[in-house]
Ligand binder design. Structure first.
Ligand SMILES: NC(=O)C1=CN([C@@H]2O[C@H](COP(=O)(O)OP(=O)(O)OC[C@H]3O[C@@H](n4cnc5c(N)ncnc54)[C@H](OP(=O)(O)O)[C@@H]3O)[C@@H](O)[C@H]2O)C=CC1
Ligand SMILES: O=C1O[C@H](COP(=O)(O)O)[C@@H](O)[C@H](O)[C@H]1O
Length: 453
C-alpha cells in the first residue's frame, strides 16, 4: 500500500524534491535485494512499474534486522546516512515519516524503540489500523504513544477516510439541498454500509487469523465510514479541526453493539485448511452488525454494516434506504428510493427512484442510475493512500483519527469481544455470507446483494 502510494505521488510531482524511502523489516537484505522485491510487487500491482523506475529505485534504501527497543537493527545507522545524503543535496532539514505498516502487536515495541534510539525529534509517525486490538489494549498503546510522541507527531491512518467518494459525501450533503435536506431519521429508514470482498486471506494468514474481520474492518473502516455519513455538519468543511470534532462527536454517540441481537459472524468453509491458520480457529472472516447512533439526527435508524472475505464479489457501497412516500401513490410503490455512494476507486453516486413507464398504460417502475465521479470534467482521481500520505507530509490531520474517536469506537465494539461474542456461522466461499445476516437488513434486505444477484 505504501510503496504504490509513494510512486503515485512521485509521478504526480507531489513529493518534495529530495525524498528517500527507507524500508525496514527483519530480513537481512541489501538495498538491491529490497529494490528487486519492490520492483516485483509494483509489476504485479494494478499501477505497474513507473516509467522512471530507475530514478525511483535510486532513492530506495533498506535497513534490515528488524526494529525493537532492545535491538534497533540497521535503521538508526541507515537513517543517519540518508539524512546526511539529503543535507548534501540541498538546504532545509528533511522531514522524517515513520510509517508503521505492521500488525498492531508490533506497535508498542517499535514506539518505545523510536524513543529510545532518538528517532522521534521532528518526526511524524503513521500508525496503521487497527490502533490497538481492544479497548484496554488501545488505552495502553495510547498512553505509551503519548509518553513518546506529541499528538502533532501522530497520524493514525484509516485509509477508508482517504477514499475519494468517502470525502465526496461532504459535497453531496452540504452542496445539494436535494440530498442534504433528507439526511436524517425523518427521511431515511436505514443506512447500509456494505463491503463484501472476494479476496482470500492466504497471503496474510498469520495477521488475519490473529485479527479477524470484525477487528480488521468493522471497528476500523466501517465505523469510520459510518461516522462520515452520520456526522452533523462541521462548522467549516475547510477547517480540519471542525471535521475532526464532528467525527469525534458522532462516534461518542455509537451505542455499544448488542451481540445477541445485532451481530452475525461468519467463517468461510475451508478457512482452517489455510497454512498459517490455527487448527480449529474460530476467527471470523465475515461480520454483519446493526449499529445504533443515538443522536437527534439518527435516533432509531439502523446502520447495517457488512464485510467479509471470499464473498460473492468485491464492492464498497453506502446506501441510504429512504422511507416510503406518503400520499396518493404510496401503495403503488414497490421499491424504496435509495441514495448510494460507491466508494471504491474514484467513486460514484447513484440514486434509485420510482418513475413512470412511458407508454399507453401508465405504470410505476423502479429505475437506478449512476454518476461515475471519474467522468466529472477536470477530475484527476488520487488513491486513498497517496492522498493520506500527502496529508501526512503537509501536516493536514483532518482525515486522521484521534484518541477520542478510537476510544469511542472500541467502546461500542467491546461487547463483541466479551463472552457474548456469537460463534461464527459457516458460509460457502463465493456466497454472500451466512443467511442469518439477512435479518439484520430487514425489511428490504441487503440492497447490493438483491440488485446484483
Ligand atoms: N493488507 C492490506 O490490505 C491492508 C493492511 N493494513 C494494515 O497494515 C498492517 C500490516 O498489514 P499486512 O501488510 O497485511 O500484514 P503482514 O502480516 O503482511 O505484515 C507486514 C509486515 O509487518 C512486519 N511485522 C510483523 N510482525 C512484526 C513485529 N512483531 N515487529 C516488526 N515488524 C513486524 C513483517 O515484517 P517481517 O516479514 O520482516 O517480519 C511484515 O513485512 C496491519 O495493521 C493492517 O491492518 C491496512 C490497509 C490495508
Ligand atoms: O485495511 C484493510 O483494507 C483492505 C481493503 O482495502 P481496499 O481499499 O484495498 O479495498 C482489506 O482487504 C484488508 O483486509 C484490510 O486489512
Amino acid at each position: 500500500m505504501v510503496m504504490p502510494a509513494l510512486v503515485e505521488l512521485h509521478e504526480r510531482g507531489l513529493l518534495p524534491e529530495r525524498w528517500r524511502l527507507v524500508g525496514c523489516a527483519t530480513d537481512r537484505w541489501d538495498d538491491e535485494a529490497f529494490r528487486a522485491r519492490l520492483e516485483d510487487s509494483l509489476l504485479s500491482s494494478e499501477q505497474g512499474l513507473p516509467e522512471d523506475w530507475t530514478e525511483v529505485a535510486r532513492r530506495v534504501r533498506y535497513a534490515g534486522g528488524g526494529f525493537t527497543e532492545d535491538d534497533p537493527g540497521a535503521l538508526p545507522e541507515v537513517l543517519a546516512r540518508t539524512h546526511r545524503e539529503l543535507n548534501d543535496e540541498g538546504d532545509g532539514e528533511p522531514l522524517v515519516v515513520h510509517f508503521l505498516a505492521v500488525p498492531p502487536a508490533a506497535y508498542p515495541a517499535i514506539t518505545r524503540g523510536l524513543g529510545r534510539h532518538g528517532l522521534t525529534a521532528g518526526a511524524r509517525v503513521v500508525y496503521e489500523k487497527p490502533y490497538g486490538t481492544s479497548l484496554a489494549d488501545f488505552e495502553a498503546l495510547d498512553a505509551l504513544v503519548k509518553e513518546v510522541l506529541t499528538e502533532e507527531q501522530v497520524f493514525r491512518i484509516d485509509h477508508f477516510l482517504g477514499k475519494q467518494a468517502v470525502q465526496a459525501i461532504y459535497a453531496l450533503r452540504f452542496a445539494n439541498r436535494l440530498f442534504g435536506s433528507q439526511w436524517d431519521a425523518r427521511a431515511v429508514e436505514q443506512v447500509q454500509i456494505d463491503v463484501p470482498e472476494d479476496l482470500d486471506v492466504a497471503q496474510r494468514a498469520g495477521f488475519y487469523d490473529a485479527t479477524g474481520a470484525a477487528l480488521d474492518m468493522l471497528v476500523t473502516h466501517l465505523f469510520h465510514v459510518a461516522s462520515q455519513v452520520a456526522m452533523d455538519p462541521p462548522w467549516n468543511v475547510d477547517d480540519p479541526d471542525a471535521i475532526v470534532a464532528a467525527r469525534d462527536a458522532v462516534m461518542t454517540a455509537f451505542r455499544p453493539l448488542d451481540p445477541a441481537t445485532d451481530v452475525v459472524l461468519g467463517q468461510f468453509e475451508g478457512y482452517t485448511d489455510i497454512a498459517g491458520v490455527a487448527a480449529g480457529s474460530t476467527q471470523d472472516t465475515f461480520v454483519a452488525a446493526r449499529l445504533w447512533i443515538d443522536t437527534d439526527r439518527w435516533r432509531g435508524v439502523p446502520f447495517v454494516l457488512r464485510t467479509g472475505k471470499r464473498m460473492a464479489r468485491k464492492a464498497q457501497r453506502i446506501t441510504l434506504v429512504m422511507r416510503p412516500p406518503e400520499g396518493p401513490l404510496a401503495d403503488a410503490v414497490a421499491e424504496p428510493n435509495t441514495v448510494e455512494i460507491d466508494f471504491s476507486g474514484s467513486g460514484a453516486v447513484a440514486v434509485g427512484v420510482t418513475v413512470n413507464t412511458p407508454g399507453p398504460a401508465p405504470a410505476l417502475a423502479y429505475a437506478h442510475t449512476e454518476l461515475d465521479l471519474a467522468d466529472v470534467p477536470g477530475g484527476e482521481p488520487i488513491s486513498a493512500y497517496a492522498s493520506l500520505l500527502h496529508d501526512v507530509l503537509a501536516g493536514d490531520r483532518s482525515l486522521f483519527t484521534t484518541s477520542h474517536c478510537l476510544r469511542s469506537s472500541f467502546t461500542a465494539f467491546a461487547p463483541l469481544q466479551g463472552p457474548g461474542r456469537p460463534a461464527p456461522l459457516s458460509y460457502a466461499p463465493g456466497s454472500w455470507g451466512p443467511g442469518e445476516a439477512e435479518r439484520l437488513a430487514a425489511p428490504h434486505g441487503w440492497v447490493l446483494e438483491r440488485r446484483r444477484g
